[in-house]
Ligand binder design. Structure first.
Ligand code: GLU
Ligand code: MG
Length: 448
């Protein structure tokens, strides 16, 4: 064990724990204290400032935010959202709690995205009698590496990074993130982490946890694990894919019905219709950066059009395959995957808006959209129109305009929240507007 600058080994230092919020820029921020004081901080929380919500990814604040220097909030967390990782060599334990933002009385703040997700999950239970099960699948690239090229998906690509993979898996297991797979992906130095499906709030927390831990582990090797939607203009995108399914309140699967098109139950079909209808507007939250729109283009296996597809990686909402070998239960595995998200987004907000959009479809009893099992960009304009397919916004500015036009979606939010979100995003556009394509990638890769 190496000694630190104080002459003490890491395990002799005061352990810190942090209450964190992963904000609308997808950045995890918070305040820390001596971990031994945790019981006290769980009772009273730590201080927080409303205007922090107006921070762009580049730490410049949108001046037009609703709060300015006024107001005080708390970050409040309980033991259930604890993450503590002790296996990182020569580091003090990584110890934090996903927190809600509250007022000074401990009531959820209108602009807290984690509380917004919690409310959405309550609406699902109350109105649809459904519990939401979710999982996040995240891609990233290792930057700053110095190794020979290796083929996509290859064992060699993975072994070059050793022992990064095993250490990452160990840390994620210790964090309770239930990692499933660590795999070399298609892109240059690209990897993917998948984790088990869980209650949707836990899944969203894991979205943030996995990024934090992957970056921390990569840094031990002198690399940066970048989850930016792209790290080079011609390269492959890094997606965040949100897998969603439902159970009834007793835990029985409610997404699967083999007698219906795509095997989607009636309620899941109406959910899909709501997501497809509101997709052009919710893209402003799930693909929230200027760079996000370089990934959402045809032939990137990401998502460029509003369409529901079965096993179709160009579909924004994809019905995933199930394993049909003996002993496997397709109803339990069955899920839909939302592909138009990336790591510039808050995982809580992106999951919440997808669920809210789907709930609108359930409320309105919408018909399931047609299944599109080919590349939507290769269909004629007439065919696209017949199938109800439309192009997603092609820039963040267009996404914000599209959001403003969808009154159902804007109606989900407190006015202050929406004003802050749009002001922050417009500021972000201004900060990067003069950058070349390469500079844009580097600017975002440095943050994400
Ligand atoms: N890299 C693709 C994306 O940007 C996803 C590839 C895959 O299907 O795993 O979303
Ligand atoms: Mg992938």
């Amino acid at each position: 064990m190496t000694e630190t600058a104080t002459g003490k080994a890491p395990f002799d230092l005061t352990e810190l724990a942090m209450f964190v919020t992963t904000d609308i820029a997808g950045i995890t921020r918070g305040r820390s204290f001596a971990a031994s004081e945790i019981d006290d901080y769980m009772r009273k929380g730590v201080g927080w400032v409303p205007a922090n919500l107006a921070l762009t990814p580049f730490d410049e604040i949108a001046e037009a935010n609703p709060w300015g220097s006024a107001g005080d909030l708390r970050l409040m967390a309980g033991p259930e959202s604890r993450v503590r990782v002790t296996c990182l060599p020569d580091a003090t334990p990584l110890h934090f709690y996903h927190a809600d933002i509250t007022d000074l009385g401990g009531n959820p703040w209108d602009c807290c995205v984690r509380s917004f997700l919690k409310r959405t999950l309550e609406e699902f239970e109350r109105e649809a009698g459904l519990k939401v099960v979710a999982a996040v699948e995240q891609e990233f690239q290792l930057l700053g590496v110095d190794w020979p090229e290796a083929p996509s998906f290859s064992l060699r690509a993975q072994r070059r990074a050793d022992p990064f993979g095993p250490l990452l898996m160990t840390a994620l297991e210790e964090a309770g993130a239930e990692p499933e797979m660590f795999l070399p992906e298609y892109g240059k130095d690209q990897f993917e982490i998948t984790c088990r499906a869980a209650d949707a709030l836990i899944a969203a927390d894991r979205g943030a946890t996995i990024r934090i831990i992957a970056r921390e582990v990569a840094a031990l090797f002198g690399w940066h694990a970048s989850f930016a939607p792209k790290t080079s203009p011609e390269g492959v995108g890094n997606g965040v894919h949100l897998h969603v399914s439902f159970t009834d309140l007793d835990g029985n699967p409610a997404t699967f019905d083999p007698s219906r098109p795509g095997r989607l139950s009636a309620v899941a079909g109406a959910f899909a219709a709501g997501v497809i209808r509101h997709l052009p507007a919710i893209a402003a939250f799930t693909a929230p950066s200027v760079l996000s729109y370089s990934r959402l283009v045809p032939h990137h296996w990401s998502a460029a059009y509003t369409c529901l597809g079965e096993k179709n990686r160009e579909a924004t909402l994809r019905i995933c395959p199930t394993l049909d070998i003996a002993g496997s239960n397709p109803a339990r595995q069955f899920n839909m995957e939302y592909r138009a998200a990336d790591a510039c987004a808050s995982p809580h907000l992106s999951l919440a808006v997808v669920l809210k959009a789907g709930l609108e479809g359930i409320r309105a009893g919408l018909d399931q959209p047609p299944l599109v099992n080919s590349d939507p960009s290769e269909l004629s304009a007439e065919e696209q129109q017949r199938l109800g397919i439309c192009r997603l916004p092609e820039s963040l500015g267009e996404a914000l305009d599209t959001l403003a036009e969808d009154e159902v979606v804007t109606g989900w939010f407190a006015k202050e929240f929406l004003d802050c979100y749009v002001a922050m995003k417009r500021k972000e556009i201004g900060i990067v507007e003069d950058l070349s394509a390469d500079e844009l990638c580097s600017r975002y890769a440095a943050v994400y």
